[in-house]
Design a protein around this ligand. Sequence first.
Ligand SMILES: [Zn+2]
Length: 263
Amino acid sequence: MSIAAEVNDTGVPRGSLAVWSLGQAGFVFKSSQGAVVYVDPYLGDACRDLYGLERLVEPPLAAAEVRADYVLATHNHADHLDPDALPEIARHNAAALLIGPSSCTATMREAGIPASQTYTLNHDDVLHSGHVRIHATYAHHVWGDPDDAPDAVGYVIDFDGLRVYVSGDSLYHERMEGIADLQPHLACICINGRFGNMSAAEAAHLATVLRAQTAVPTHYNMFANNLADPADFIGALQAEGGIVHPLVLTPGQRVFYPERDAS
Ligand SMILES: [Zn+2]
């Protein structure tokens, strides 16, 4: 069952944000102004084709169904910059901007996406557009070949005063502690502890250092070689003092942030 109609039809009250998990590191955010932002939508099977990694979770919608204003890629790996989904999304959303660091926008253009639809944000760059402000933040995603994703970023997206941090893929790095200055309310952080990413304990520490109100664990249980238990993240947040509330999302599930009843 596709979430496409639900994303279109959901009205978001002032002061809140609708959030859907897409699985892996993917999210949809819809603001009270109606802006729709996709981050790292992995909706195809590129990782099966490239690496033999079968997806364990069906995509909650098809790339052709996506209606977006902004599509953000955190780095140039297929589970984040989906080489099948993004050109399809670009074709159906002529007014959408597809955003990423230099290596990502280069890949987008190589995939046939018109340059006019791409916008490069390297870390510390900011795009202010309408009611949305997108700030690319430092990420430290190193595994295997050190040149694999040299310009990986995270993002802090400000939706008219409500701010979301998405880490993308990253190890813990001191430099990310400065993201606290951007005052994210909601933090979506990778917890899988392998392939160049933070462990549940490191993710919980970062969420606490950033003084987020709520933290969503990401980047697990899409592939058989990358399973994790979000209970470890919940426990780690407790061990950090229980200041940050955990929010575990199932792919396709809608929540409102701050939490409220659906309308
Ligand atoms: Zn990844």
